[in-house]
Design a binder for this molecule. Structure first.
Ligand code: PRE
Length: 319
């Protein structure tokens, strides 16, 4: 998505407030100077604003290397009016424990943060503040902002990014408290389905698959569509459809672009056998990694096979 069109700058939204890791992802995509950046209090609110055309695109978290999928995002993308992912960013996660000036670590009994952040510091909390009670907040930055002058936070300390502690005027009681030092969160930029980004050779495609009916080997039949075309998957998650107990859909990321023959053919196969295939976009990979393609699945391989079939069909006597 270009930063601006001739008519006006692109209007971006993000899961905020200022100081979230999501804002860092958006600033990495598009420094604030070039466009409008609006903070939304939840993933749902940011995506609803895209759907309502209040903004052109929203940055939201989708996957963390420690805690896994961000279910609010997966669910909001798979239902409702169509949206597509037009890009992604990876952000290194570094957490601090921050409190109002003057409060020592020994007087921290309650800790506020986002549920995904809490899951990433549980070990540190167990070792350093074993009696602390967890207080869920909308985001890591809102946990910090609640403790700023005038804020109504009832927790004693926040787990947040260093920038969020700074913006809220808090003291850092402990730095780099994540249990896994190399933690990364993946964020996606989501827009209304206008133009799909052109292939770059290092792309990903995201789909949500709904089975026609639950049956033995059902998931295997879906995955075979990828395996048979040498396609590597980078994420697979099952999510309840919310219609009935035990009814699941599958959210999948694969390597490749909808214009790649092998991806197009796999999607065609899925469309045939699934009740519904929600296409959530083909977009450049943040890590620029090129697709692993099993032998004999290149565009040229598909083309020569198609030429062979066309030649055979050309011999059919239609008279
Ligand atoms: O609360 C934030 O700062 C966010 O951007 C959300 C979020 C997430 O949803 O996973 C992003 C990165 C961290 O892993 C923790 C929280």
């Amino acid at each position: 998505m270009p930063a601006s069109t001739a008519a006006r700058p692109v209007r971006y939204g993000y899961f905020g407030p200022a100081g979230t890791f999501t804002q860092m992802a958006l600033l990495d995509w598009e420094p604030a100077a070039g466009g409008e950046h609006t903070a939304y209090a939840s993933v749902d609110a940011a995506l609803a604003a895209v759907r309502a055309s209040e903004i052109d695109a929203a940055m939201v978290p989708i996957e963390n290397s420690v805690e896994g999928g961000v279910t609010a995002t997966l669910d909001a993308l798979s239902t409702g009016s169509p949206l597509i992912v037009v890009g992604e960013r990876l952000v290194k996660i570094r957490f601090v424990l921050a409190a109002r000036p003057g409060r020592p670590l020994a007087r921290v009994a309650t800790v506020g943060t986002h549920s995904h952040a809490w899951a990433q510091v549980r070990g540190w909390m167990g070792a350093n503040l074993p009696k602390a009670t967890y207080v869920p907040t909308l985001s890591t930055a809102s946990a910090a902002l609640d403790l700023a002058p005038g804020g109504d936070g009832r927790h004693d300390a926040a787990v947040c990014a260093p920038i969020a502690a700074e913006l809220a005027g808090l003291d850092v009681l402990a730095d780099d408290i994540g249990d896994i030092k190399k933690a990364l969160t993946r964020f996606v930029l989501v827009a209304r389905p206008t133009a799909i980004p052109a292939p770059t050779g290092a792309d990903k495609t995201t789909v949500v698959l709904y089975q026609r009916r639950d049956h033995a080997g059902g998931l295997m039949a879906l995955l075979e569509q990828f395996a048979a075309r040498g396609i590597n998957m980078t994420r697979l998650e099952s999510r309840p459809t919310k219609h009935s107990m035990g009814d699941y859909c599958f959210s999948v990321d694969i390597e490749g672009h909808v214009l790649d023959e092998r991806v197009g053919q796999a999607l065609t196969g899925l469309k045939r056998i699934c009740a519904e295939v929600v296409f959530l976009g083909s977009y450049p990979r943040a890590d620029r990694g090129r697709a692993q393609v099993a032998p004999f699945n290149s565009d040229a391989d598909f083309q020569s096979a198609a030429d062979w079939l066309a030649a055979l069909r050309g011999l059919v006597d239609n008279s």
